[in-house]
Ligand binder design. Structure first.
Ligand code: UT7
Length: 339
């Protein structure tokens, strides 16, 4: 794209469309009982997950991102040539480089678009939206596609039952566009953060520059490793705190939230957070039981399914909140304004 700062005028950003793609293959808890030492009862009671989608052996992350990007564009009634920037939040890219975004932009025909990945793990979609809003409202772009795409089934250790059961594969995203109607931004605000001192609580030790995959390594270090209890404690704290900090900054209360769409990681984490915040369960949407934790795809996947179910409708104020590796967290309040 070619951008000229200072030409923004009265433009504001608007969340114009949602879309998603999930692989066909379902891996149920009873399937998992045959693979690892676990039970449906343990998984459902500790996490709320009943099944997850698993990509085909020949599918990589960009294959999921391409289909999700096309779905967002179809729902927006726009063509790939309209896209100025394609951002792919992912921590499971096809390769260290090229980026999933560059591969996806090429495949969908977004030839004039800038394209890059961002890595904030499960918080990535909200981080990506913040970038999209900044690009649009500064006048650097008029149309930004953000597609969270993850393929965690390739990075979980089949020998680690505490993580193997949690994750699924999916891609989902949103289109952020410019409006020149002079109204207030469709995005009320963001609360983003990171605490790298807890980086080792959720990590893949091998494959980067700290330990290149070209050197000898223990197979277990090439897989996701997590201190589940520590991440659980962190998650319950930041889900509540980040929403409260954002509401305070916006001089709003939980009554101003029409719908809450939290990161779909664990039902107990969600229940704890909404209980502390005092948000009634009927104002919270989730689909964790069908997909497990799909990381950067989880919030847009839930948003898109909430729309399909008629739960998310035009004009609603939606609070999104997530947490993930880094450790990172993110919250945002947005008005849903479909084209
Ligand atoms: O997007 C960010 C991603 N991360 C998260 O959201 C993870 C946050 N953490 C969690 O969701 C939970 O910590 C887990 C679901 C991972 C684990 O639940 P927990 O209640 O914290 O269990 P635990 O780790 O304290 O383990 C309790 C027991 C252990 O057995 P012992 O030592 O008490 O005999 C585990 O070995 O449960 C055992 N266990 C399992 N049992 C059956 C762990 N995984 C399994 C399993 N099936 N899949």
């Amino acid at each position: 794209m070619i951008a000229v700062p200072g030409s923004a005028g009265t433009r504001r950003a608007r969340l114009a469309a949602l879309g998603y793609y999930v692989p066909e293959h379902r891996l149920t808890n009873s399937d998992l009982e045959k693979l690892v030492d676990t039970t449906d009862d343990w998984i459902v009671s500790r996490t709320g997950i009943r099944e997850r989608r698993i990509a085909a052996p020949d599918e990589a992350t960009s294959d999921l991102a391409i289909k999700a990007a096309e779905d967002v564009l179809a729902n927006a009634g726009r063509s790939a040539q309209d896209i100025d920037v394609l951002i792919v939040p992912t921590c499971t890219p096809d390769h260290l480089f090229p980026s999933v975004a560059a591969l996806t932009a090429d495949a969908i025909g977004a030839r004039g678009a800038a394209a890059f990945d961002i890595q904030a793990a499960c918080s990535g979609f909200i981080y990506g939206l913040a970038q999209a809003v900044a690009l649009v409202e500064s006048g650097l772009a008029t149309s930004v596609l953000v597609v969270g795409a993850e393929l965690f089934s390739r990075i979980v250790n089949p020998g680690d039952r505490s993580t193997f059961i949690l994750f699924g594969d999916a891609a989902a995203g949103a289109l952020v566009v410019a409006d020149d109607d002079g109204g207030p931004s469709g995005f009320f605000g963001f609360e983003l953060g990171a605490d790298g001192s807890k980086g080792d609580q959720l990590q893949i030790p091998v494959g980067g520059t700290r330990h290149p995959a070209s050197l000898a390594f223990d197979q277990a270090d090439a897989y996701l490793q997590m201190n589940g209890r520590e991440v659980f404690k962190f998650a319950t704290r930041v889900m509540e705190e980040s929403v409260l900090r954002l509401l305070e900054r916006l001089e709003m209360t939980v009554d101003d939230i029409d719908l809450m769409v939290p990161h779909q990681a664990n039902q107990r984490i969600i229940d704890h957070a909404i209980g502390r915040l005092g948000i009634p369960p009927e104002r919270v949407f989730g689909n964790l039981e069908h997909y497990g934790n799909t990381s950067a795809a989880s919030i847009p996947l839930a948003l898109a399914e909430a729309r399909d179910a008629g739960v998310l409708t035009s004009g609603m104020r939606v609070m999104m909140v997530g947490f993930g590796a880094g450790l990172t967290w993110a919250a945002s309040l947005v008005r849903y304004e479909p084209t």
